[in-house]
Design a protein around this ligand. Structure first.
Ligand SMILES: [Zn+2]
Ligand SMILES: [Zn+2]
Length: 94
């Protein structure tokens, strides 16, 4: 069953704070879109990611967060939702 990213689907906004200034990051799009599908993630060399990158198997969507205050960008991992949860959320908004 496919999982869906609530941020890509416009249901929720990114909720990650900038690691430098604490401002809320804007969503600058999916990381895959930002770097291209086959590019190495060369700009992201963070000790936190020693375990390797999360992938579709973990139902996580990688976004690029951009801080409008200090113009930094960083990776934001969004946990994807099941279709059931997504539909429930859509119904709640109607
Ligand atoms: Zn997404
Ligand atoms: Zn910032």
């Amino acid at each position: 069953m496919d999982h869906l990213c609530p941020v890509c689907n416009g249901l929720v906004a990114l909720k990650q704070a900038c690691s430098r200034c604490g401002n809320r990051l804007d969503d600058a799009g999916r990381l895959y879109d930002f770097y291209g599908d086959y590019s190495p993630y060369r700009e992201i060399d963070d000790a936190k990611m020693d375990n390797g990158y999360p992938d579709r198997q973990k139902n996580q969507c990688l976004h690029t967060g951009w801080c409008p205050q200090c113009h930094a960008s960083e990776m934001v991992i969004v946990q994807e939702w099941t279709p059931d949860r997504l539909n429930a959320q859509k119904d709640a908004h109607q």
